[in-house]
Design a protein around this ligand. Structure first.
Ligand SMILES: NC(=O)c1ccc[n+]([C@@H]2O[C@H](COP(=O)([O-])OP(=O)(O)OC[C@H]3O[C@@H](n4cnc5c(N)ncnc54)[C@H](O)[C@@H]3O)[C@@H](O)[C@H]2O)c1
Length: 247
């Protein structure tokens, strides 16, 4: 499915799954505003993409970053059609060891950022419709040990997505969630910190491998952003090799 004529913001869009999403959307003809803390990865992406991409270096938990991303979409590309809330930083530890900073990190970069970007995008989507893709996690759905702060924020994002899918349907704004499983640098670091949990997760993937961000996850996001998905809203799509059945 093609995305010509669509302007899409991708948070955490310079590396990992977000970097793969930015690249796939660009290849399919979209204009992309990528937002990321990692300015170096952003500069590399900008060099590859040229005028079809605007890069905003910033922390997604700050309101000013959401405002800057929306302004960049309007100023560079004349409007906004889609939003991918992909960025989410977190720390893992047993519930009793998670301090306030860990809860703040997960809720500010995950839930709060998703809320702020959706609200900043809304005035530009409400008249012509649009598609929002938020990010969930299978580990949140099954209650993976050590993930209390992350899982709670992820399920809050899914709750918000279902409510806004209903509230904004009248504006033809679709809101869906993708729950991926992909071998990124973040997952590699997690697998080194918790090798037993990593091996355990792998045995539970019917398709037998962690996904590839670019060929296994980004195309699912592209589908939800495209007109092919114009009758799909309020859903969670599992791009996880069958690891978790839908809850
Ligand atoms: N990788 C997986 O298997 C997996 C599984 C379940 C859910 N997810 C979800 O998929 C999404 C992407 O995961 P990933 O593995 O690519 O993550 P990652 O950590 O590899 O990459 C995240 C990107 O977001 C950026 N980022 C981090 N904090 C930021 C902030 N405060 N402001 C702006 N940018 C920030 C990073 O610089 C990076 O470019 C996340 O929502 C994650 O929770 C991933």
């Amino acid at each position: 499915m093609q995305l010509e004529g669509k302007v899409i913001i991708v948070t955490g869009g310079a590396s990992g799954i977000g970097g793969a999403i930015s690249r796939v959307l660009l290849r399919r003809g979209a204009k992309v505003v990528a937002v990321d803390l990692n300015a170096e990865a952003g500069a590399k992406l900008k060099e590859e993409a040229g005028d079809s991409l605007a890069f905003i270096a910033g922390d997604v938990s700050k309101q000013e970053t959401a405002d800057a991303a929306v302004a960049a979409a309007v100023e560079n590309f004349g409007g906004l059609n889609g939003l991918v809330n992909n960025a989410h930083a977190s720390r893992q530890a047993p519930f009793t060891d998670l301090d306030q900073a860990a809860w703040d990190l997960s809720f500010n970069t995950g839930f709060l950022a998703t809320r702020q970007f959706m609200l900043a995008a809304y005035p530009h989507l409400k008249d012509n419709g649009g598609s929002i893709v938020n990010f969930g996690s299978g580990s949140a759905m099954v209650g993976q040990p050590t993930q209390a702060a992350y899982a709670s924020a992820k399920e809050a994002i899914r709750g918000l997505s279902r409510v806004t899918a209903n509230e904004w349907a009248a504006n033809n704004i679709r809101v869906n969630v993708v729950s991926p499983m992909a071998l990124t640098d973040g997952v590699k670091a997690w697998s080194q910190a918790f090798p037993d949990l990593y091996e355990q997760s792998l045995t539970k993937v019917p398709l037998g491998r962690f996904g590839d961000p670019e060929t296994d996850v980004a195309p699912v996001v592209a589908f939800l952003l495209s007109d092919d998905a114009k009758y799909v809203t309020g859903q969670t799509l599992m791009a996880d090799g069958g690891a978790n059945k839908l809850y």
